[in-house]
Design a binder for this molecule. Structure first.
Ligand SMILES: Nc1ncnc2c1ncn2[C@@H]1O[C@H](COP(=O)(O)OP(=O)(O)OP(=O)(O)O)[C@@H](O)[C@H]1O
Ligand SMILES: [Mg+2]
Length: 322
């Protein structure tokens, strides 16, 4: 196969995340007027943003392909992506895009609750997919199904086909159906997806199933190549037409679990590009997901492949009985 220009192109959502740590429980439950929290920071968020940064820090040539608005938010996010090693040359700055801003309220136990501001116009359009883009990548990464904005529909099919017809593979994450597209919206698209990586809740929403094995079967029956279901502190589950297995979670005391799924998916992509087995890919991905929880924010905590490998050497895995 001819050399590709990119290892990975990410399409999907990039947000400005405002991370609000140490939110007191009374903020959610009480009727007080004013509460205090830890130091509020802002950074890149959004599934495609988080994954792009992690893949770039792991050492792969990763480009983000989408729109950023023309305000200071767009300027700031483009600068952060670049500083983190993401190839920003495919980004389109657009007047009719409003980059979403998200407030991530982090509880003292490391769990979080999002408040999502309105945004839109940040997705690709079919006419953006010109020669030299999606035909030039080893992996097209979707971050995520349900937030592809202007690319939903015909444009998405074109994007997936363009990558695969040129010999690339598609890895698709999923997220909450915030726009109310409905659980069956992607039924005709799973056949173009080589690795589908939803969380347990997302897969349950789409399939209506309660067991990960049956969720995976739903997607395999619709034509997905391989299914990986992320199950938070309970690890993850892999299934294709030949085999299935669980990957145990690494033992951590999380500071902030925001973005664990994105860093897991990024870790998987990196391991896949290195030619690892499916089992080794899930091990590496599980480590990246767990390691991300040790820092505040959804991106940028993982600095290198060696940092993940060292974490794997030093950290035990908790065996989960299924
Ligand atoms: N508390 C935890 N302890 C150990 N590993 C974890 C923990 N949370 C997440 N992970 C690892 O990261 C993976 C992905 O996390 P999770 O299932 O929360 O994804 P997600 O719901 O897509 O998250 P998000 O969308 O917020 O990034 C898990 O499958 C697991 O391997
Ligand atoms: Mg996720």
């Amino acid at each position: 196969m001819a050399e590709k220009k990119y290892d990975v192109i990410h399409i999907g959502e990039v947000n400005q995340d405002f991370t609000v740590p140490e939110v007191p429980e009374e903020f959610f439950t009480g009727n007080g007027d004013t509460y205090t929290c830890g130091i509020i920071t802002d950074s890149v968020g959004g599934d495609a943003g988080n994954q792009s940064i992690c893949v770039a820090n792991l050492g792969d040539h990763n480009a983000f392909f989408g729109r950023l608005d023309c305000s200071y938010t767009g300027d700031r996010l483009a600068a952060i992506l670049k500083a983190q090693g993401v190839d920003t040359s495919l980004i389109v700055r657009s007047e009719d895009c409003r980059t979403p801003k998200i407030i991530v309220n982090v509880r003292k136990d490391g769990s979080h609750r999002f408040l999502c501001g309105k945004g839109g116009g940040y997705g690709l359009r079919k006419e953006d997919i010109v020669p030299g883009t999606l035909d030039q990548t080893r992996v097209l990464a979707i971050g995520s199904l349900f937030v592809l904005d202007t690319l939903e529909g015909e444009g998405l099919e074109y994007a997936l086909k363009t990558c695969r017809d040129a010999g690339g593979i598609v890895v698709a994450d999923m997220t909450y159906d915030i726009r109310g597209l409905g659980p069956r919206f992607y039924d005709d698209y799973y056949r173009y997806i080589d690795y589908l990586v939803p969380s347990w809740d997302e897969a349950s929403y789409v399939t209506g199933e309660e067991y990960e094995d049956r969720m995976a079967d739903f997607f395999l029956d619709k034509g997905a190549g391989n299914v990986i279901i992320k199950m938070g502190s309970r690890g993850s589950y892999f299934k294709n037409r030949n085999k299935n297995f669980y990957a145990d979670p690494f033992e951590v005391n999380p500071v902030d679990t925001t973005g664990c799924g994105d860093n897991f998916t990024a870790g998987f992509i990196h391991a896949y590009l290195k030619g690892m087995t499916d089992e080794a890919c899930l091990q590496f991905a599980s480590a990246a997901g767990a390691l991300n929880s040790l820092g505040l924010g959804a991106s940028s905590y993982i600095r290198s492949e060696e940092m993940v490998l060292e974490f794997m050497r030093k950290t035990r895995q908790r065996h989960i009985a299924h």
